[in-house]
Design a protein around this ligand. Structure first.
Ligand SMILES: [Zn+2]
Length: 359
């Protein structure tokens, strides 16, 4: 059991996280529906997106807690979901259900990647695919430096130096926005949004229709890691002042705590295609208040180095080779801190956020 007496407080593999999650769901008498992901697991294991519901079946409101939108970030997210289940705080209100969505991107969870089976960042994939694609012209100029074909020590040093020069010339904010706001032209590149709706998007849409549309009010906490100071948890909203969802979030968590992505208050760049903005349109009869809860891990440069190595390996290297273990270890260290103190810290913050939801 990873949560009790194990040297690491987080699961070591997707399969372990999933089996512990399912056990906790079963012990808490949850109602489980699993969706089979067609992509292969790293250890040839079955990949699923699991949805577990608790509380009154005919509740008027629900809290949805999501892990693994960005695969590898699910190690922390899954642990928080399991801790919540094991803590026995299942009753959050007489008319309120809780729905846990485990591993929105199970492929990335299994392969220790942020992206899915098609190198897609799910939170750049939920754009309107009938409209012209957003174009990130500045990314084009950095694409070959970010993910070069050659990953020798010399190539890494040369490309990193050039990227640093660009960052000094244009500023770190420009660099972060250019690299992370999303791009649709480089399928092997970073923060790639895809060429159409991903499996996870289609599946989430089906879940929304079948399991969420019935609620008149829905709060969402989407769990993320990898941005911000270690252990810090920022509440990030896609909207801004004037949006009813934003105003509700401010009334729950406080003006100082809620960071708007569009207002430039957040650690996150303003980006295109995240699912929290898209979901309300699929369930128009439901009043939705959704936030991303983003926990800091390690320094941004370390995160960027891990992402570049991971993308290089999946585009030009061999992710099944024994040498790939180092790259995965770098990804894991960038997005999951295997220390009890860090996990306790993010767990406290998560429970604080959860307790302030008013439905
Ligand atoms: Zn994330």
């Amino acid at each position: 059991m990873a949560l009790m007496g194990s040297p690491t407080p987080l699961a070591t593999t997707y399969a372990e996280a999933r089996s512990e999650f399912l056990e906790a769901v079963d012990d808490a008498d949850g109602r489980l529906i699993s969706y089979q992901c067609p992509a292969p697991g790293r250890e040839a294991e079955n990949l699923t997106l699991d949805v577990a519901a608790f509380g009154p079946e005919n509740a008027g409101a629900a809290i949805l807690i999501v892990s693994g939108t960005h695969g590898v970030e699910g190690y922390a997210g899954s642990a928080l979901q399991q801790r919540w289940l094991r803590a026995g705080r299942l009753h959050v209100g007489d008319d309120v259900a809780v729905v846990l969505l485990h591993a929105l991107n199970p492929y990335g969870f299994s392969w220790v990647r942020r992206v899915n089976e098609d190198n897609i960042d799910l939170n750049r994939n939920f754009i309107d695919w009938d409209a012209p694609l957003p174009h990130n012209e500045d990314y084009d100029g950095l694409a070959d430096l970010l993910v070069p074909t050659d990953w020798s020590d010399e190539a890494q040093e040369a490309t990193t130096t050039k990227l640093m020069e660009s960052a000094i010339e244009h500023g770190m904010e420009w660099m972060q926005a250019t690299v992370s706001s999303g791009q649709y032209r480089h399928p092997a590149g970073l923060f790639y949004g895809g060429a159409g709706p991903a499996w996870s998007q289609d599946t989430l849409r089906a879940i929304a229709a079948d399991q969420l549309a019935q609620f008149s009010r829905l709060a969402i906490i989407d769990l993320h890691t990898g941005l911000g100071p270690a252990g810090h948890g920022e509440l990030i909203l896609p909207g801004g002042p004037g949006d009813p969802a934003y105003e509700r979030a401010v009334s729950w968590w406080g003006d100082d705590e809620v960071k708007s992505m569009v207002e430039g208050e957040s650690l996150s760049a303003d980006l295109s295609g995240e699912w929290l903005s898209r979901l309300p349109g699929w369930i128009p009869g439901t009043e939705v208040t959704g936030v991303a809860l983003e926990f800091g891990t390690v320094d941004q440069l370390e995160v960027m180095a891990a992402l570049r190595a991971d993308h290089w390996m999946h585009a030009h290297g061999d992710p099944t080779d024994t040498g790939s273990a180092d790259v995965r270890a770098g990804m894991r260290a960038a997005f999951a801190v295997d220390e009890s103190e860090w996990v306790d810290q993010i767990d406290d913050r998560f429970n604080w956020a959860l307790q302030r939801v008013v439905l």
